[in-house]
Design a protein around this ligand. Structure first.
Ligand SMILES: *Cc1c(COP(=O)(O)O)cnc(C)c1O
Length: 385
């Protein structure tokens, strides 16, 4: 009888996987350790038969651990240069679980134009449990410093804000966090680990809505948390298992598949976005363009608010709706979509006018996107005349 081979049969130590594009494919977690299969299978199970009463196996119950999720989490940790990473059922599940690190009476300083779901969960859910939050412009370190209180336990910042795409200086935030003994938590959804890895700039925790660039194909809702230290890994693992906010094996598989092309997708999408931002800046129908010089989302303000509806409804190529970071371009009207729940006077104060457009650039040809935009701008001017 021949003995069955065991995997991994060769060393997967990281001698030559130090560069990002290579790391996307060769993390040591890309093949199935049980069989050597080229993709980690979908372990569609809820429980695992144990070797013996006093001999627990590596996995017991799938909320606590699943091989498909474990493989994905290994990849996620590599990408963010983290001690460990965790896959959640959505970006909001990831953020909410991180917020459970804190207790009643604790205070957070948070990016003021943060993701609407983050604002909602802080002001309508965690506020009921005594967690306090002050919202400030975190692209201004002085504003953050002024908002810090003796009970401030964390700075929760978005690396790029929405819809104006203002960058927050992660290094400056990490220095502020360190001086007041607070954690620095970064929502890096808009940039992805391809553009920046905040743990290497002093952040303690990074969260992503993996629904966006990591998944990249508009086919999975997921979230991730990556942490710098073993102590934080233990706490986040405890909370994830306690609360149960895990990602199912099918979605883990899809996410791991999507991540393999993150590098080529981002490289192309960032280049097209930069081209589109320059092109938009030259259009007479466009009053202002917001592009942070990184990432693949461009926001712009039409010269007249009433152009927004005919403009987005004439566009043929982008999907119309609320997401971003996909292979298809997606156009969003923040006043009507992502920020519709912000009261109109507050929207006005923040500059989120009805003519503000957010455009997540996909993998289409730049020239086709430009022609589509040119036609829609012309039609908007004609209809509103
Ligand atoms: C989409 C998004 C989230 C929420 O993620 P879900 O996967 O939709 O729950 C959080 N933060 C940012 C910046 C986002 O864009």
């Amino acid at each position: 009888m021949t003995s069955s081979p065991t995997w991994p049969k060769r060393s997967k130590e990281p001698a030559v996987r130090t560069r990002f594009a290579t790391r996307l494919l060769h993390t040591g977690h890309e093949t199935d350790p049980a069989t050597g299969a080229a993709a980690v299978p979908i372990y569609q199970v809820s429980m695992f038969d144990q070797p013996g009463l006093d001999q627990p196996g590596e996995f017991d119950y799938a909320r606590s651990g699943n091989p498909t999720r474990k493989a994905l989490e290994g990849v996620l940790a590599e990408l963010d240069e983290a001690h460990a990473a965790f896959a959640f059922g959505s970006g909001m599940a990831a953020i909410s679980t991180v917020l459970m690190l804190f207790s009643a009476g604790d205070h957070l300083v948070v990016t003021d134009d943060c993701y609407g779901g983050t604002y909602r969960v802080l002001t309508r859910v965690f506020s009921r449990f005594g967690l306090k939050a002050t919202f400030v412009d975190t692209s201004d370190p002085e504003a953050v410093r002024a908002a810090i209180r003796p009970n401030t336990k964390a700075l929760l910042v978005e690396s790029v804000s929405n819809p104006f795409l203002k960058r927050t200086d992660i290094l400056a935030m990490s220095i502020l966090a360190r001086t007041c003994g607070a954690l620095l938590i970064v929502d890096n959804t808009f940039l992805s680990p391809y553009v920046s890895r905040p743990l290497t700039e002093g952040a303690d925790i990074v969260v992503h809505s993996a629904t966006k660039y990591l998944g990249g194909h508009s086919d999975v809702v997921a979230g991730t948390v990556a942490v710098k230290t073993a102590a934080l890994a233990q706490e986040v693992y405890f909370l994830q298992n306690a609360v149960g906010a895990v990602l199912g094996p099918q979605d883990c598989f899809l996410l791991q598949r999507g991540i393999k092309t993150l590098g080529v997708r981002m490289e192309r999408q960032v280049r097209t976005a930069a081209g589109l931002a320059r092109w938009l800046a030259d259009r007479p129908e466009v009053k202002e363009v917001f592009y942070p010089g990184a990432g693949a989302v461009v926001s712009f303000r039409l010269a007249r608010d009433e152009w927004a509806a005919p403009f987005v409804e004439t566009l043929q190529l982008p999907l119309l709706g609320v997401s971003l970071g996909a292979v298809e371009s997606i156009v969003t009207v923040p006043a009507r979509h992502s920020h519709a729940s912000v009261p109109a006077p507050e929207r006005q104060r923040r500059g989120i006018t009805d003519g503000l457009i957010r455009y997540s650039v996909g993998l289409e040809d730049l020239e086709d996107l430009q022609e589509d935009l040119a036609l829609a701008l012309g039609q908007a001017v004609r209809v509103a005349a």
